[in-house]
Ligand binder design. Structure first.
Ligand SMILES: [Cu+2]
Length: 109
C-alpha cells in the first residue's frame, strides 16, 4: 500500500524544513537594561533561534525594525525569536522599554 509511505515522507519533509532544534542558537541576556553581548555575529543565509533572557525584574521588549521583530519578555523570563535567513549585513535591535540603554546589533556574515 503506497499511502502510508507518502504520508511518512510528508512528515519527514515537514520536520526538516521547519524551525528545528538544529537551527543555530544564540542567547542574549538583558541586565541593568542593557543587552549582553551588544554585538552578535551570526551566519548569513540560515534561520537562527535567538533566545532573549531577561535578568532584570522589569519587562523589556526585544525590538528590531530591520528584522521586523517585536516581542515582550517579562522580568526573569526568556523568549525565543526566530530570525533569518539573513543577508550579510548589520541589523540593529533595541529594548523598546529602555531604548537609550538597551541597544545592540547583529552582524550576519
Ligand atoms: Cu515595540
Amino acid at each position: 500500500m503506497p499511502r502510508p509511505a507518502v504520508l511518512s515522507l510528508a512528515l519527514v519533509l515537514a520536520l526538516t524544513t521547519g524551525a528545528a532544534a538544529q537551527d543555530p542558537a544564540y542567547t542574549l541576556v538583558i541586565k541593568d537594561h542593557q543587552f549582553q553581548p551588544a554585538e552578535i555575529e551570526m551566519p548569513a543565509g540560515q534561520k537562527i533561534a535567538l533566545t532573549v533572557r531577561n535578568n532584570d525584574s522589569t519587562p523589556e521588549e526585544f525590538e528590531s525594525t530591520e528584522l521586523r521583530r517585536e516581542k515582550v519578555v517579562a522580568g526573569g523570563e526568556e523568549i525565543t525569536v526566530y530570525i533569518g535567513p539573513l543577508k550579510p549585513g548589520k541589523y540593529e535591535f533595541f529594548g523598546d522599554f529602555n531604548p537609550n540603554t538597551a541597544r545592540g546589533h547583529i552582524i550576519a556574515k
